[in-house]
Write a protein that binds this ligand. Structure first.
Ligand code: NAD
Ligand code: AHE
Ligand code: ZN
Length: 369
């Protein structure tokens, strides 16, 4: 079949809207009509050539929501007509990681996913007879895409696609980092570095879980009102304080935060986030994705004296199990999404979404097909 899609032909070039060929689902796969897709910072980072796993040409996009249109042989968990959210972190419920219940990082298809192909080692997308790579196992910048059955979460049918798509990454990552990874207790003091599409969801997750102080740190003053809108209690612009940022934050939180979250992907900020943790118990959770080749550092003494460095992917969420619950939280008014969708675009306008993100003018741009 044919599908309209935005292709990244090479790094640092705008996406091109073309008609692609898409093969139908093979055994264990499903064809999904994507109704809406969000543009995450990670798509931009890959397009900018900063991802060590970046492949071209590819159909980017990993945040989406749509309807199953066809299923391959052996598929039992979804059927045509079901509403789904694609999962870049699948949940097979059979691999060592899934059965351990210790992590959400299902390993069953990670190797082929990282190579931009389906589990059988081939791509379903092609353009003028040449294969085009899948991205993060999702490729939601296409009106139709093919996914393994284990990489879709079935969701309720009354959830609007143009909001639910954000649960496919940003919302789940931010809220999940607080609840699943930090396991933040009520009354905790937290610091969030970077108040974008992820950081604001950390803030709303922390508010939901009963945080005391929620300090937001961002170099962009426009983010102050955004943070406050979702529960931030204090704002710090590192460029506007006198002296050392870490010392300032430790003083503000009377000894350091119980939990800090890096939502910038900047390795210098990751160090600040670790060092702004409370001596003896503070935990710093890395969410941001750093440029290929970057490394983190700190004095080991920071860990010897009880600070803990952690990371999280997809907010520690087990996609098929947890994503439908987060959709329920949204539909029940427990968490907000609507105000964070700052721009709704057509597929033809998708490059504008990347520009808005780079200029710090959007929280989440959503493309509606
Ligand atoms: P974004 O661009 O919307 O927001 C980033 C924010 O950080 C901006 O508000 C920016 O002003 C701020 N910032 C930049 N430099 C800063 C600095 N030195 N100090 C303080 N603030 C600074 O991005 P996003 O969509 O919120 O994504 C944030 C990061 O999370 C990205 O690296 C993204 O790739 C990553 N991410 C990770 C996961 C995961 O599963 N671990 C999931 C989604 C996104
Ligand atoms: N490929 C990069 C790392 C990219 C990365 O860390 N991706 C996150 C999701 S970001 C979503 O917006 C993730 O889930 N990672 C776990 C995984 O298995 O990829 C690199 O550095 O090579
Ligand atoms: Zn993402």
């Amino acid at each position: 079949m044919k599908t309209r899609a935005a292709i990244a032909f090479e790094a640092k070039k705008p996406l091109e809207i073309v008609e692609l060929d898409l093969e139908g689902p093979k055994d264990g796969e499903v064809l999904v009509e994507i109704m809406a897709t969000g543009i995450c910072h990670t798509d931009a980072y890959t397009l900018d050539g900063l991802d060590s796993e970046g492949l071209f040409p590819s159909v980017l996009g990993h945040e989406g929501a749509g309807i199953v249109r066809e299923v391959g042989k052996g598929v039992t968990s979804v059927k045509p007509g079901d509403h789904v959210i694609p999962l870049y972190t699948p949940e097979c419920r059979q691999c060592k990681t899934c059965t351990s219940q210790k992590s959400n990082l299902c390993t069953s298809i990670r190797a082929t996913q990282g190579k931009g192909v389906m589990p059988d080692g081939t791509s379903r997308f092609s353009y003028k007879g040449q294969p085009v790579y899948h991205y993060m196992g999702c490729s939601t910048f296409s009106n139709f895409t093919v996914l393994p059955e284990i990489a879709v979460a079935k969701i309720r049918e009354d959830a609007p696609f143009d909001k639910a798509c954000y649960i496919g990454c940003g919302v789940t990552t931010g809220v999940g980092a607080v609840i699943n990874t930090a396991k933040m207790e009520p009354g905790a003091n937290i610091i969030v570095f970077g108040l974008g599409g992820i950081g604001l969801n950390v803030i709303q997750g922390a508010k939901l879980a009963g945080a005391n102080m929620i300090v937001g740190v961002d170099v962009n003053n426009d983010k102050k009102s955004w943070g406050e809108r979702f529960g931030m209690t204090h704002f710090v612009n590192p460029r506007e304080i006198d002296g050392d940022l870490v010392a300032h934050l430790v003083a503000l939180t009377e000894g350091g935060a119980d939990y800090t979250f890096d939502c910038t992907g900047n390795t210098d900020v990751m160090r600040q986030a670790l060092e702004a943790c409370h001596r003896g118990w503070g935990e710093s959770i890395i969410i941001g994705v750093a440029e290929a080749g970057k490394e983190i550092s700190t004095r080991p003494f920071q860990l010897v004296t009880g600070r803990v460095w952690k990371g999280t992917a997809f907010g520690g969420a087990r996609g098929r199990t947890d994503v439908p619950k987060i959709v329920d939280w949204y539909m029940d008014g427990k968490i907000e999404i609507d105000p964070m969708i700052t721009h709704v675009l057509s597929l033809e306008e998708i490059n504008k979404g990347f520009d808005l993100m780079h200029d710090g003018k959007s929280i989440r741009s959503v493309v509606v097909f």
